[in-house]
Design a binder for this molecule. Structure first.
Ligand code: F6P
Length: 419
């Protein structure tokens, strides 16, 4: 019986809960034992404190609910899910167990999770997991529970971590053996192989070799709604608005927000303005639009935007240019984390549900010879691509931008869209 665990890592995104729900339920339907890891890789590193030690060794991460005690931990109901979703506490998922980061879950534990924003099992950007010692602890904590398969949902950094962990696994097991910590080793260490599959959860849509990342459609929808709202007040006052949107080094959210809600000028990292300095180019475009009767101006700035010399373009500076050169009454709106939180749109429920099923299938078919896979979507079909290839190609986009080869960056990001 395969014991599989699912974790969410890096910045949260809408749809991560649907991933957990789908992986857990598909796993159960396929005869697996299903677990979740709380707080991303940090939870793997911390593992489960033994029940008798729970009060002696409290975790240092602030947890959503501090009411759990040794009694509760001693009285866990194994077999029908330990997550005990009783609706108490300020964590929407309910009670959280102190000292237990790797928790067995059942069918009912994930009921209705497709509709919840954020990630109910928590996420973190773990520095400990970046160290070999951290990964050694993570390996030990996994084998202690007999878990030999892992689904990681996160962005490119999290998926790189997944692949490093898998390729290091035989070394980590050998080290645990040499430390005499091998009492838990059979049966999963027998084959010396950790099965890992990645699902891309990120609002940025910045992963290569997949058309869409989980959470990006919801974030885009959020931005569109914000622009719709801004449009009416902007037109009333004949004002200009500069909107800063998220996306890290990727311009997808900015570009598609412009396409779906309208914009006069858009700054994205992959394709900086054609001229440098760029102020005239932007002002000329906006003057043209105003001349034909537009009462409002919308400029979208991706947070990673820069000019062709890689100098950052900041929303506040764009505002000053619009005010000083065009005399426009201009405001800046930074949408921030409103783009990331909240209920997933329908597609951010459908995509993770389909991909979660595929992730479980990929784990069941995994062999040491096959690469770890990333589950993607291409032309409306759920796909499996080698995890490392996708990560390498994503890195190549960043490298092309750093080398000021913007044509290459655009074509690597999305060849079809460029055409
Ligand atoms: O990667 C997702 C993302 O929301 C980016 O768009 C943004 O740059 C970053 O995370 C913000 O991170 P934090 O949650 O640490 O503020």
């Amino acid at each position: 019986k395969m014991k599989l665990a699912v974790l969410t890592s890096g910045g949260d995104s809408a749809g991560m809960n649907a991933v957990v729900r789908s992986v857990v339920r598909a796993g159960i339907l396929k005869g697996c034992e299903t677990w979740i890891v709380r707080e991303g890789y940090e939870g793997l590193v911390r593992g489960n404190v033994d029940a008798q030690n729970v009060n002696k060794d409290p975790p240092t991460i602030p947890l959503p609910l501090n009411g759990a005690d040794a009694d509760l931990i001693n009285n866990l109901r194994f077999g029908d899910g330990e997550l005990l979703l009783d609706g108490t506490g300020d964590h929407p998922g309910g009670r959280t167990l102190i000292g237990r980061y790797i928790v067995r879950v059942g069918w009912d534990d994930v009921r209705g999770w497709f509709a919840q924003g954020g990630t109910l099992i928590g996420t973190a950007r773990s520095t400990a997991f970046r160290t070999v010692e951290g990964r050694l602890a993570a390996a030990y904590n996994l084998i202690k529970e007999g878990i030999d398969a892992l689904v990681v949902c996160g962005g490119d950094g999290s998926l790189t971590g997944a692949d490093v962990f898998r390729s290091e696994w035989p070394k980590l097991i050998a080290e645990l053996r040499s430390q005499g910590k091998d009492m838990f080793l059979p049966p999963i260490a027998r084959h010396g192989h950790l099965k890992i599959v990645g699902l891309v959860g990120s609002i940025d849509n910045d992963m290569s070799m997949t058309d869409l990342t989980i959470g990006a459609p919801t974030a885009l929808h959020r931005i569109c709604e914000a622009i719709d709202n801004i449009n009416s007040t902007a037109a009333s006052h004949s004002r200009a608005f500069v909107l800063e949107v998220m996306g890290r080094h990727c311009g997808w959210l900015a570009l598609l927000a412009g396409v779906s809600a309208g914009a006069d000028f858009i700054f994205i990292p992959e394709r900086p303005p054609e001229t440098n300095p760029w102020e005239d180019e932007m002002c000329d475009a906006i003057k043209r639009h105003r001349k034909v009767g537009k009462r409002k101006t919308i400029v979208i700035v991706a947070e990673g935007a820069h000019d062709s010399l890689l100098q950052p373009i900041r929303a506040e500076y764009v505002k000053d240019v619009l005010t000083d050169r065009l005399g426009l009454d201009t405001r800046v709106t930074t949408l921030g984390h409103t783009q990331r939180g909240g209920r997933p749109c329908a597609f951010d429920r459908i995509l993770p549900t389909l991909q979660g099923v595929e992730a479980v299938n990929a784990l069941l078919e995994a062999t040491p010879e096959k690469p770890s896979y990333m589950i993607g979507i291409r032309e409306n079909k759920i796909t499996r691509v080698p995890l490392m290839e996708a990560v390498a190609m994503t890195r190549a986009v960043a490298d092309a931008i750093a080398a000021k080869d913007f044509t290459k960056a655009m074509s690597l990001r999305d060849p079809e869209f460029c055409e």
